[in-house]
Design a protein around this ligand. Structure first.
Ligand code: DC
Length: 211
């Protein structure tokens, strides 16, 4: 009798803000039928509570799935605050166990964030570090905000992106950096379709070996 064994296959996607991580990670998860977790949403949910005056460490320890559902988590204000609360080691520690168990679930998982390949899931089968120039990332984020009718300027968005990069890359605990064994995918001159196709090609090569 043929018994199919459960598949444990984790894809770790890291990179700076607006590099295209989310689109590629979600597309990969859809393509392979894996579960998907945008880990930035966890930090954003804690940030939203901090903006309402809650203690950040308590908020991180009491987070529930519905906290990640609010549309307001996508605002620039929440993004900047998320980068600030992400510096606090107790906040990172409170969010770690959930991310680790998500990564190890049967059926495969894709997680995107800043420290997935280095801290959350150093044993991930595939790691991809997705980046693009700060100017291109700011332009993409500016276009996205414009399409949602949100008033801002390209210069403000560029400043925000650079400020967040600096904080995310220089914090002591789990800074944003490329894992040594991560593929580098620079999306500066790539369309979404091409970026996703490259990530699918990278992942397919490893995936066929485990099934
Ligand atoms: O991916 P994002 O833009 O939604 O992330 C918001 C902030 O959360 C980011 O600036 C830093 C923090 N973050 C983190 O420190 N570690 C992660 N794995 C994901 C996000």
């Amino acid at each position: 009798m043929l018994v199919s064994k459960p598949i444990r296959f984790t894809v770790a996607i890291d990179g700076p803000a607006a590099a295209g991580k989310g689109t590629v990670a979600k597309g990969l998860a859809d393509h392979f039928g894996f579960a998907y977790l945008d880990t930035g949403l966890l930090y954003r949910a804690v940030a939203a509570k901090a903006l309402l005056g809650e203690n950040v460490i308590t908020a991180a320890n009491k987070l529930v799935p519905t906290d990640m559902a609010s549309q307001t988590l996508r605002s620039s204000e929440v993004a900047q605050m998320a980068s600030k609360v992400a510096v606090i080691p107790q906040v990172r520690a409170a969010l770690l166990a959930f991310q680790k168990s998500f990564a190890c679930q049967d059926g495969g998982a894709v997680l995107d964030g800043r420290d997935i390949g280095t801290m959350v899931c150093p044993e991930a089968k595939i790691k991809i570090f997705i980046t693009a120039s700060a100017e291109i990332r700011a332009k993409r984020r500016y276009d996205e905000l414009q399409s949602k009718g949100l008033e801002t300027s390209y210069e403000v968005v560029l400043c925000d992106v650079k400020e967040r990069d600096e904080r995310d890359m220089t914090r002591k605990d789990a800074p944003l950096k490329r894992a040594q064994d991560a593929y580098l995918l620079d999306t500066s001159d790539l369309s979404i379709v091409t970026s996703l196709q490259r990530a699918i090609n990278i992942t397919s090569a490893a995936f066929v070996k485990v099934i």
